[in-house]
Design a protein around this ligand. Structure first.
Ligand SMILES: [Fe+2]
Length: 352
């Protein structure tokens, strides 16, 4: 028989479980209230990086609702548990987050829309941020902002060196990667290792060679990166930043069974081929763009169309119309093996 607990005791028990997960009253408040016909426990999440569904799973076990045989709720002695994001935080975040999405004109796997990413509860967040600076390149300030807001690793690509101020930062910051197969003399490095709860993820950034300007071959450098990461990681995610679909799928097959995931970036358009390859490597040719779907791969569409129609030079500006979150969610349990890969394709305004 269920042990009777007051709403106050339940709130204390929920607080204790949340504390065990590292979440204190600063991150989540838990309050009890009693009213004439029952009681309630109100759980308010104050951080966008805490997944609501994780908190709901903890808190819902403490609800007690009496129903009759038809499922109708009987009045009296019920204890309702409500889990919600803090509305003040939501309102404060909503506008800046939209601006961030617009600024990230080319995004990556699970990009910076705090609420949406948190709801998916990924353990690691890896983004391609090569066009985070208003549509082209990245600056140290933007990279630091991403890394301070839940992103574990930033990969880059052909626009890596657009802003000079990022050059020293690429050498200083371990978690921002330019393609490993750039020349060794170019600033930055091409792989790193991050860890959460004892799980180590290696991330490798590569550039294609077809129609791209990488100084060294992607395939042999991929092998070299895996050799360097051997025995240091439980999982490896490879970002193959490339124009040609053939080269991307070729890399997927080359690394099948050797890494957890090979995901493509650069073309801005998500492809429909997400799958786990026979050797256990999650693969997609392109994760798409977190950014304005109302433009032409990030550019205001009227400007892009003018250039296409007139064949004359046009000054391009970054579109902000219809921002979407594009990414993939990869689930992996066994080392170097993926269970699944799901596309995440959502309007960036779709906070729920
Ligand atoms: Fe690119």
């Amino acid at each position: 028989m269920e042990k009777w607990m007051s709403a106050k005791d339940k709130a204390a028990a929920i607080r204790s479980i949340l504390k065990g997960k590292g979440w204190g009253s600063k991150e989540i408040s838990v309050r009890s209230e009693n009213f004439s016909m029952g009681s309630a426990v109100n759980v308010t999440i104050k951080s966008p990086w805490i997944a609501k569904k994780v908190v709901e799973e903890i808190a819902e076990g403490f609800s007690r609702i009496h129903r009759d045989e038809s499922g109708e709720i009987l009045s009296g002695s019920n204890c309702y548990v409500h889990v919600n994001y803090d509305s003040t935080m939501m309102n404060a975040m909503y506008k800046p987050v939209e601006e961030k999405i617009a600024a990230l004109s080319v995004g990556g796997y699970l990009v910076i829309h705090g609420m949406q990413v948190a709801r998916l509860a990924p353990e690691f967040v890896v983004v391609n941020g090569e066009n985070a600076a208003g549509g082209i390149g990245i600056t140290p300030k933007i990279a630091k902002d991403l890394l301070a807001n839940g992103v574990d690793v930033i990969t880059l690509g052909n626009h890596t060196y657009r802003h000079r101020e990022v050059y020293p930062y690429l050498d200083e910051e371990d978690r921002i990667l330019r393609p490993a197969n750039f020349l060794r003399s170019q600033p930055g490095h091409g792989w790193c290792v991050v860890a959460h709860d004892g799980v180590r993820l290696g991330v490798v950034s590569l550039s294609g060679n077809l129609f791209m300007n990488a100084g060294r071959p992607a395939f042999s450098e991929a092998d070299a990166a895996l050799h360097a990461l051997r025995d240091k990681v439980d999982h490896v995610l490879v970002d193959m930043h490339a124009e040609a679909t053939s080269e991307k799928v070729g890399m997927g097959w080359h690394l099948d069974g050797k890494v957890t995931a090979v995901v493509g970036t650069h073309t801005h358009i998500p492809t429909a081929d997400a799958r786990v390859l026979p050797g256990g490597t999650a693969y997609i040719t392109d994760v798409g763009m977190t950014g304005p779907r109302g433009g032409v791969i990030g550019v205001k569409r009227e400007q892009a169309l003018e250039a296409m129609v007139t064949k004359m030079p046009v000054h391009f500006q970054t579109s902000t119309e219809d921002p979407w979150l594009n990414g993939v969610l990869i689930r992996a349990e066994q080392p170097m093996r993926a269970e699944s890969i799901e596309q995440v394709l959502e309007p960036a305004t779709g906070i729920s």
